[in-house]
Design a protein around this ligand. Structure first.
Ligand SMILES: C[S@@+](CC[C@H](N)C(=O)[O-])C[C@H]1O[C@@H](n2cnc3c(N)ncnc32)[C@H](O)[C@@H]1O
Length: 371
């Protein structure tokens, strides 16, 4: 891998329509360059946080192990490999064992330092003594905590000069480090929720989610329910306490979120789906959908992925069903929801959050809160 200039056509394969968003950054380019400089061309590598496959395509001849954290990431990498006529790389999730022969790991730093630590824990406890980790980040995202964290696991953390506003940290001389339990615990309404490091809202149940739980309208007749973008499953859990017999589906794009929800909800009527869409759900089958939908991925903000999910919600709701979602007020979902659903009500709001209840059909005469 001598040339860093791209010979591959890499696309994002997500729902953003913002043309300024690119499928890779200067930090990804710097990782490739850093790998060359380390003169490690023969060594087995692991790749972390490669969102769309820029790194895995460029390093395909090295037969890399690619650690996958989300369904969207896996689909994009597969599509980019196929469209560039490259073999699909070997995927591993971040909780499984990886090849002990791995001697180099390259990590595009995730926003969550807890997730970075989970990555380091995986690779450090599976790999050879000579392990080198190269972490890349855009300088505007740098936090000294990244170095602090690195020095917990390695004697040396060397920072590079900045190129195109990106920087590398190379970690060498692995220390002996204990294997940590990578699960946080949150107590909410007398229940204990568990979640893997790096899953959304690690210190407390998100305040928007709490607002939705406090204002949720549940019909005791509801039989088929979906918690969309379910995170640790707190919304589904709260519903299951009121409707223990209902069939509850939980969908999340993040592997660690789905594995967390599995720790919090179990049962024959609970269905966990690791997916970034509603393809698993039958048309006209749901009585209720609840969601605190995503509006950012790492450092990027966009409501487009959520709007695509809303269209799928319309398809999956029964004619009598409804979709209740909470959002930050500034996102202004109302105009978009009105284009998808026949009836959209605001059921609660405070200074920060707003709850919409959307139905396929107009069942009542419109009143003041109906748009
Ligand atoms: C705002 S958090 C809400 C999590 C949880 N419901 C809660 O309230 O704590 C949004 C969640 O959406 C997930 N997500 C992002 N894109 C998604 C997609 N296309 N399909 C399903 N889930 C997605 C993220 O992994 C994250 O867990």
């Amino acid at each position: 891998m001598n040339k860093v200039t791209s010979t591959y056509n890499i696309r994002r394969y997500d729902h953003t329509n913002d043309r300024s968003l690119r499928p890779h950054s200067a930090a990804d380019e710097y990782l490739l360059r850093g790998l060359c400089d380390q003169n490690q061309s023969q060594k087995k590598i692991a790749i972390y946080n490669d969102r769309f496959g820029y790194l895995s395509c460029h390093l395909n001849t090295r037969n890399p192990t690619v650690i996958i954290t989300s369904k969207g990431q896996q689909c994009a990498i597969e599509r980019n490999h196929k469209s560039n006529s490259l073999p699909i790389p070997q995927f591993v999730d971040p909780l499984s064992s990886i090849d002990p022969q791995i001697e180099t790991a390259i990590i595009k730093a995730p926003k969550s330092l807890a997730l970075l630590e989970l990555f380091i824990q995986q690779v450090i406890h599976n790999s050879s003594k000579e392990l080198i980790i190269i972490i890349a980040f855009m300088t505007r995202h740098f936090s000294p905590k990244l170095i602090e964290l690195s020095l917990k696991y390695f004697e040396s953390a060397d920072q590079s000069i900045a190129i195109k506003k990106a920087r590398l940290v190379t970690l060498t001389k692995k220390k002996q480090a204990p294997k940590l339990n990578l699960i946080d615990s949150i107590t909410y309404k007398e229940h204990n929720y568990k979640q893997y490091w790096g899953v959304f809202s690690s210190k407390h149940i998100d305040y928007a989610t709490q607002f939705l739980i406090e204002n949720l309208e549940i019909n005791l007749e509801d039989k088929n329910i979906l918690d969309l973008a379910s995170g640790n499953g707190v919304l589904a859990k709260e519903i299951s306490l009121q409707l223990p017999q209902a069939n509850i589906h939980l969908i999340d794009d993040s592997f660690l979120a789905v594995e967390s929800a599995k720790l919090n909800l179990k049962g024959d009527n609970i269905h966990h789906h690791h997916a970034n869409n509603l393809a698993d759900i039958e048309e006209n089958s749901l009585d209720l959908i609840v969601s605190n939908p995503p509006f950012h991925l790492e450092y990027e903000l966009s409501i487009n992925p959520a709007l695509h999910l809303f269209i799928e919600c319309f398809r999956c709701l029964k004619a009598t069903g409804n979709f209740q979602l909470v959002a930050n007020k500034h996102l202004n979902y109302l105009t978009h929801l009105k284009q998808i659903f026949r009836k959209v009500e605001i059921t609660a709001e405070n200074e920060k959050f707003i709850i919409y209840k959307c139905s396929k059909q107009i069942t009542n005469l419109p009143n003041e809160g109906v748009y």
